[in-house]
Design a protein around this ligand. Structure first.
Ligand SMILES: *[C@@H]1O[C@H](CO)[C@@H](O)[C@H](O)[C@H]1NC(C)=O
Ligand SMILES: *[C@@H]1O[C@H](CO)[C@@H](O)[C@H](O)[C@H]1NC(C)=O
Ligand SMILES: *[C@@H]1O[C@H](CO)[C@@H](O)[C@H](O)[C@H]1NC(C)=O
Ligand SMILES: *[C@@H]1O[C@H](CO)[C@@H](O)[C@H](O)[C@H]1NC(C)=O
Ligand SMILES: *[C@@H]1O[C@H](CO)[C@@H](O)[C@H](O)[C@H]1NC(C)=O
Ligand SMILES: *[C@@H]1O[C@H](CO)[C@@H](O)[C@H](O)[C@H]1NC(C)=O
Ligand SMILES: *[C@@H]1O[C@H](CO)[C@@H](O)[C@H](O)[C@H]1NC(C)=O
Ligand SMILES: *[C@@H]1O[C@H](CO)[C@@H](O)[C@H](O)[C@H]1NC(C)=O
Ligand SMILES: *[C@@H]1O[C@H](CO)[C@@H](O)[C@H](O)[C@H]1NC(C)=O
Ligand SMILES: [Cu+2]
Length: 594
């Protein structure tokens, strides 16, 4: 009894101390030279690291990050998936929620992490610079290991999939906004390392190595920080048990492949139960098949390496700690062995991703609101606008007269150009937002959204190209229940679209291939245990239906997490009005706002 009481006392003391915790970081953004593929490249990073530092918190903690900008660029940091309850000011979208942090200036982000557990991440919300400005946000339950709703794990490992770019990224952004698109990364990475599928002058690149101890269980916190691609992740000889996605628990789902789109996170357990040896961990980008334009994409790989259990070696924390970099003297006997490679899906296999995503369900039954207040049908695709504000022009890829843009319901987002951030204009009722265009409820015209004949330039798609450009917004009453059907279309391309909503999670009610058809698809909605996501992958030539409750007052960005789509305009702003009570009102800006 006494012992139990002591333990309970100890736990509650721990909870109390945990509740009070403020996790502090200083992020110095600067440019450093890094050399890969025999080429020195100037990259913008936090604290000299790529990926940047992980923020590790316990649910309920507060976070304070002092951002010191020693780069030549305007910077903001977005805490991707963090709900920012009544704290839209800290959401980090330039000119939407805050003025950017100018070179040689600094700013402190303060926010609480409440009601979320699992893996999220942070990244610059500056076009393309997030390629090198990102890191993990790890949220552990308050009561430690006993609170995880899945078998105990021995070790946690972030697995961040990314790209290696050798281009001037802000210039890539400007070019894409001006209608040219031939820009590609030079490689893919796992935890910043390209791996031995890349070499220059015959010298292979260093790869990420995860040292494992036989019999131990590893929780992989997988993040796709890439700009352009969905990825398939596999480890030869091992299975994953997916336990969470976007910091929401899912029913344990055993699979040998993880499919992950930019902006998504997946937590998966891996048991080191194979014959001790070396196993490749491979990340393969996938893309829609022809007639879609094929982009230059790269597979990357790292290694899972078993430690031999010599009697002289301890099996304790020291062995568990080292997960980075091969320590060959402790791996004797294995380094010469041939490593096993996994059989990867085809790069054009989009079904494996569709099945992975549509098989996820929430771990628990949820109370999904049944009464819907607002319905949006958002058709995602490309289009074009005339150069220099002309009324009519040649379409069909005529780069001299028109610019190809990415749209929702044929509106491309005009990134705000006023000198007051939208959130500030909203908060002070400045009138700036009165004149802005509303995001339309549906597309301007109906067509066969997923007709593959629309992909190549031609008379059929050309009729559908004309689009407009506006800082499109949508207002929601506080507490409104909103249904959105996202429909990927085939205009000029048949890409999938990872749609990300700031400040709210979404119930993913259903998804399907082809054109959404309310008459039969509403019946398929999962209102019992739908997965809860901040980023919903809308399948290529298919649709996804989501529901969310607009209860977090503020001005929230909603956009595709493919960087080229975002830059080209696949974005909008959701304004959630204040509610009637104190705890439903957006408080005034923090004191460190200009
Ligand atoms: C990067 O390398 C270039 C060329 O070697 C050099 O001129 C520049 O000063 C370096 N920049 C930094 C930040 O180290
Ligand atoms: C940085 O932001 C300031 C103020 O918003 C703006 O005047 C300036 O043009 C921006 N600079 C760049 C390089 O975008
Ligand atoms: C942050 O900016 C303030 C005001 O410009 C300055 O006083 C302070 O020294 C800066 N801090 C750092 C760490 O750069
Ligand atoms: C280096 O890369 C080239 C081209 O991808 C490939 O053909 C070659 O086998 C690689 N060499 C090594 C040693 O990995
Ligand atoms: C490794 O060795 C330790 C002590 O030498 C032993 O307790 C442990 O069970 C061994 N582990 C495995 C997986 O063989
Ligand atoms: C996932 O869903 C698809 C389609 O419903 C099904 O055919 C497949 O077997 C499922 N895969 C797993 C691993 O459950
Ligand atoms: C655009 O203009 C350039 C130079 O005038 C010309 O060479 C090119 O053919 C034009 N492109 C198209 C698609 O009309
Ligand atoms: C934008 O594209 C047009 C047509 O290709 C080109 O003439 C113009 O120089 C470009 N402008 C910029 C700023 O790149
Ligand atoms: C739409 O296009 C697809 C693919 O080209 C075709 O299979 C389908 O029958 C079309 N649907 C309608 C309603 O025309
Ligand atoms: Cu998109």
């Amino acid at each position: 009894m006494a012992a139990t009481a002591a333990i309970i006392f100890f736990l509650s003391a721990m909870v109390l101390s945990v509740r009070a915790a403020v996790v502090e970081h200083t992020f110095v953004v600067s440019q450093v030279n890094m050399t890969h593929l025999c080429k020195e490249t100037l990259v913008t990073v936090v604290n000299g690291q790529l990926p940047g530092p992980a923020i590790e918190v316990t649910e309920g903690d507060s976070v304070a990050v002092l951002l010191v900008n020693k780069s030549p660029y305007n910077i903001t940091i977005h805490w991707h998936g963090v709900k920012q309850w009544l704290n839209c000011w800290a959401d980090g979208v330039p000119m939407v929620t805050q003025r950017p942090i100018l070179p040689n200036h600094n700013f402190t982000y303060r926010f609480n992490v409440v009601g979320q557990e699992g893996t999220l991440w942070w990244h610059a919300h500056v076009p393309f610079l997030r390629a090198t400005l990102h890191g993990a946000v790890i949220i552990r339950p308050r009561n430690g290991a006993i609170s995880y709703p899945f078998p105990k794990h021995d070790m946690e490992v972030p697995i961040i999939i990314g790209d290696w770019w050798q281009l001037d990224l802000p210039q890539v952004d400007r070019s894409m906004k001006n209608g040219s698109f031939d820009f590609f990364a030079s490689g893919s990475t796992i935890n910043g390392k390209l791996g031995d599928l890349f070499n220059c002058s015959g010298v292979p690149e260093v790869g990420y190595v995860l040292d494992v101890v036989p019999g131990k269980t590893y929780l992989l916190r997988v993040i796709n920080a890439g700009l352009f691609s969905e990825f398939y992740l596999k480890i030869a000889g091992h299975k994953f048990t997916v336990v969470a996605a976007d910091a929401n628990y899912v029913s344990p789902y055993t699979t040998d492949v993880i499919a992950i789109a930019p902006g998504e996170t997946v937590d998966a357990l891996v048991v080191a139960n194979a014959t001790p040896g070396r196993y490749y961990m491979v990340a393969l980008p996938n893309q829609a098949p022809r007639p879609d334009t094929q982009t230059k994409e790269f597979t990357t790989r790292g290694m899972v390496q078993y430690r031999v259990n010599h009697s002289s070696m301890t099996n304790g924390p020291a062995a568990l700690r080292s997960t980075r970099g091969a320590k060959d003297e402790e791996n004797d006997g294995l380094s010469g062995d041939v490593a096993l490679a996994p059989q990867m899906p085809d790069e054009h296999d989009t079904m494996t991703s569709f099945y992975f995503h549509s098989n996820l369900t929430s771990l628990h039954h949820l109370s999904v609101p049944q009464q819907v207040d607002e319905n949006l049908f958002l058709v995602l695709g490309l289009g074009s606008i005339c150069r220099n504000g002309q009324q009519s022009c040649k379409r069909g890829g005529n780069n001299n007269e028109s610019i190809v843009v990415a749209t929702m319901n044929s509106v491309a987002f005009q990134h705000p150009t006023a000198n007051v951030p939208l959130l500030e204009a909203h908060y002070y009722h400045s009138g700036l937002l009165d004149a802005v265009q509303e995001l339309p409820d549906g597309p301007p015209r109906a067509f066969n959204f997923t007709d593959k004949a629309l992909i190549p330039f031609g008379p059929k798609e050309m009729r559908l190209e004309p689009s407009s450009k506006a800082t499109a917004m949508r207002r929601f009453q506080h507490g409104a229940v909103v249904d959105i059907v996202f429909q990927s279309s085939a205009i000029l391309q048949g890409d999938s679209n990872p749609m990300h909503l700031h400040g709210h999670d979404m119930f993913l009610l259903a998804e399907g291939l082809g054109n959404y058809n309310a008459a039969k698809d509403v019946e398929r909605y999962n209102l019992v245990n739908p997965p809860v996501k901040n980023t919903v992958l809308v399948p290529n030539l298919g649709w996804a239906a989501v529901r969310f409750v607009a209860n977090n007052p503020g001005v929230w960005f909603m956009h595709c997490h493919y960087e080229f789509h975002l830059t080209m305009g696949m974005a909008a702003v959701f304004i959630v009005e204040d509610g009637p009570t104190v705890d439903t009102f957006l408080p005034p800006p923090p004191s460190n706002f200009q």
